[in-house]
Design a protein around this ligand. Sequence first.
Ligand code: FAD
Length: 327
Amino acid sequence: MAQILAVLEQRQGTLRKVSLEVLAAARTLADQLGGGATVDGLVFGTGAVEGTAALGKAGADRVLLAAHPDFGLYNPDGFAATTASIGGSYAVIVFPATASGRDLAPRVAAKLGVACATDVTEVGVEGGKVSAVRPVYAGKALQRVVLGGAPAVLSIRPNTFAVAQAADRADAATAALDVPSFTQRVTVKEVKAPAQSTLDVAEASIIVSGGRGLKEPGNFKLIEELAAAFGTAAVGASRAVVDAGWREHAAQVGQTGKTVAPSLYVAVGISGAIQHLAGMRTSKVIVAINKDKDAPIFKVADYGIVGDLFEIVPRLTEEIKKIRAEH
Ligand code: FAD
């Protein structure tokens, strides 16, 4: 019977949404592999982590908790050694392609001497082997790969797998996992989180992003107001405005920023350079507002408004407020 290991992520004792997406991808593979394949979720921490039993509804059959005093923050050597110590008995290991998952998945694959498909947006089974689709060349092409050997190691792009909530699935039992001894060569000393009130672009289902078309940092107020009108939208930014110091790097979307795939991405005053598109072109619906009708952003936009953002954005904000007030 095939077993699948879903490597989950927590922050300060609470599981991140991406963990549920990893479970959804793992569950899809378990169902396609058939034969009663099961899914184990692996969580690292210094002690108990909130909400592990409820992971049953999201697709886990069992949760393994690897507790260690040094596992408060991401621990590359410790996490890799622990995952590799059990990884050989699984058919597939699924990681999130987050900042730490992108670092961890190849470490584990290297330790196990197996292939690794990173930043995957679709998973499947072909002739009994795990297959995956992954955007390449900054999202310009999609590559389909089949992973030979076991375990197949994958990391999945955040916000591309719908979270499963099967009410009829039982709670997941939690078991403690022994952490093997490891040599710590890298220590993560601190993780600088953005201000509490800021919604992370990597987790938001609506993102309103601003670019150099806003002319000056103070005008980002227009973007913040539009995001606030939607209720729970995050504010994103192009690299041009991050480099100029208008916004924090945590908000940057693109090749050297975050990869996002929200339900709605609104690009305001952003030209749509290939490096920006690399981070957002898989968004479900893209709206672009730009005064240049030939701006490349319109090539990927579902809806485009050609015009001056300083006229359009305030009107759009008012309309969204009205619609939300009516519902
Ligand atoms: P611009 O390209 O200057 O575009 C501004 C847009 O605003 C224009 O299209 C203009 O028509 C429009 N505009 C101006 N005034 C108005 C108005 N009044 N109303 C409406 N529209 C208006 N970029 C990223 O975003 N993310 C990355 O991660 C990233 N990584 C990179 C990595 C590398 C290695 C390199 C070389 C570049 C990277 N870049 C990245 C930079 C990228 O190439 C672009 O320079 C950047 O995305 C441009 O930002 P922008 O669209 O805000 O600015």
